[in-house]
Write a protein that binds this ligand. Sequence first.
Ligand SMILES: [Zn+2]
Length: 187
Amino acid sequence: MSKPKKVIPENIKPEVEVALRHFPELKHIPIEFKFKKNIKKSVMQAQPTFKDIFKAKENRSYKILISEKFKITGEEYRTTNVPKDVLIGWIGHELGHVMDYQNRSSLNLVAFGFRYAFLKEYVKKAERAADSFAVLRGMADYIIKTKQFILENAKIDPLYKERIKEYYLSPDEIMEMVKEKEEAIQE
Ligand SMILES: [Zn+2]
């Protein structure tokens, strides 16, 4: 019997499945979704499994770590309590990272890790690439809801908001991207 391709905690299974449906390319790629007590500077994090990093692309596997708690000033907020669509958008963004990783060679992926850790401009490029993958796979509405949830929520840590503004696509840029895509289809 072969191992299951996806490992998904029961309490986020419906949301993960909606997001996965937008990425048929990832159907045969093993991805483990896993809750963690806390993740530094973010809510979710997609990463390649290190032991598979030098294998052929189709044999790589990935982990998507999800912080149990969401960064909100003053009160504790569980990630599973955010609105359904917001969670789907968040997961879609992480699957966008996996798409980006799958397009890279092993050496490029290792170099990516270092650049991401040390270069601000590189973080921006990577985060915008992940957003773009999700938007172009038809997840624009979810991604916008996720951004709005963060940017318009008075209780969310201002530092985290700044990070989202600085590194990610804005709702306006996402709408522009959707428009361009529709125009390209009509031509
Ligand atoms: Zn990201």
